[in-house]
Design a protein around this ligand. Sequence first.
Ligand SMILES: Cc1cc2nc3c(=O)[nH]c(=O)nc-3n(C[C@H](O)[C@H](O)[C@H](O)COP(=O)(O)OP(=O)(O)OC[C@H]3O[C@@H](n4cnc5c(N)ncnc54)[C@H](O)[C@@H]3O)c2cc1C
Ligand code: FES
Ligand code: FES
Length: 466
Amino acid sequence: MIEFILNNKKVRVQHPAGMTLLDFIRYEQNLTGTKIGCREGDCGACTVLLGRLVDGKVKYDSMTSCITPLGNARAKHVVTVEGLNMDELTPAQRAIADYGGTQCGFCTVGFVVSLSGYCLTAENPTVESVISAIDGNICRCTGYKSIERGAAALADQLKPKDLEHPVKWLVDNNFIPGYFMDIPNRLAEIEKPKPKATAPVFVGGGTDLYVQRHDELHDEDIGFLFDRDELKGIYPDGNNIVIRSAATATDMMQSEVMNTIFPNLYKHMKLVSSTPIRNMGTIAGNFVNASPIGDLTAYFLALDASIILTDEQKNERKIKLKDFYLGYKVLNKQPGESISHIMFEIPSKTMHFNFEKVCKRTYLDIASVNSAMLVEAENGVISSINISAGGVGPTPKFLQKTCDFLKGKEITESILYEANDIIQGEISPISDVRGSESYKRLLLRQLVFAHFAELFPESINPGELV
Ligand SMILES: Cc1cc2nc3c(=O)[nH]c(=O)nc-3n(C[C@H](O)[C@H](O)[C@H](O)COP(=O)(O)OP(=O)(O)OC[C@H]3O[C@@H](n4cnc5c(N)ncnc54)[C@H](O)[C@@H]3O)c2cc1C
Ligand code: FES
Ligand code: FES
């Protein structure tokens, strides 16, 4: 039995938990405001809000329903555009209409839902953050400037929002319908499902699996990890940071402790997918998907992170992330094992971190090549260094030989050219849609140069690195 609240209605159904939320909404509930575009999480036409009860309050996130399994809606408040409509246009709807932000209208519902999610969550509304909230929505015919102007006007209207009682303020000012006020009580009455200890397939946010296999998963016996409380959270533990496996990219981006350690975290994480996909995609899912260009994998490889694998009998095995990848999509993981958490040692204050990614467009695109570097240098001499590289071989790479070479070396342009000779021997890119072999070789060289130019501007003159 799957139980949740869909707009203002309690739903209790026996449908397969593996079917997509989009199909349930459109074909079982006839809520056709939610559109189908790409079915791959890329266009945002199917965006809905999912609200989860956390400490008595409902935390709403935008998600793409086309790659969300129905099972991940359990005990939540699912909001489609029909659940936002009132007698008059809401400020989010009016912003699109007043600024000419719609033509054919196909994408418009997705934009309205994302903007309404922003109204619910924004604490410090700014033009930058409201535009960020629609970074997963694509419009093929209006042109983004009018949508952005509408979004900016909406952010202005949110400035007086009462942060003590945000939902009441939004209801009183006709941003959302009145029934939102009672959702926390109604969600509290729904019993959370008991997690399965074992299952043939585990699903986190579904952002990889449902792009690849949504048809097959429809009737699969799935172990849902996304909402398991014991798998949520990011916290320090002694000298380490522990990230539980169902923590999402958004959890990481918003984590206070992670932002303290990595001052450029927001800038780096903005390069990873889009707001709704970051709201869904888990860090462990990125590791296990084992894409050679996984951004979070590259990030954590450079931190020399470890993963803790737990089997059905709760036996734990700790391995380095760099030892997890044995070949293309071949993992050092036994059947029945899942990642319970991720750990890395907190870098000292004298260590510096950088992440670089090149793709065909700046946002909402997977990398052609990516790389991260954690480095410490004393008087211009490298004392410790980790460099990762993605998109240049069958697995995400830790550039061990390059790191061994650079340790103890002074940071100069000529040393970086020598390091590049070693890098080129460590990688084996292939030509594909993301670029030719030689282009990827060149990209990785430039990304490693970029790490040093960014972190050591006093030692490296980018003009010398051509
Ligand atoms: C539109 C779009 C854009 C994207 N852009 C990017 C991008 O820019 N950069 C990037 O790196 N990725 C990107 N991705 C890929 C994806 O979002 C990430 O890889 C995400 O982190 C996957 O997490 P998930 O929880 O959704 O994984 P799922 O799809 O739920 O699972 C992926 C795999 O991990 C397994 N799994 C999940 N959790 C566990 C666990 N705890 N233990 C064991 N196995 C587990 C599943 O069984 C499955 O094999 C994008 C995806 C989409 C749809
Ligand atoms: S249909 Fe395109 S993101 Fe879902
Ligand atoms: S208005 Fe036509 S796709 Fe956006």
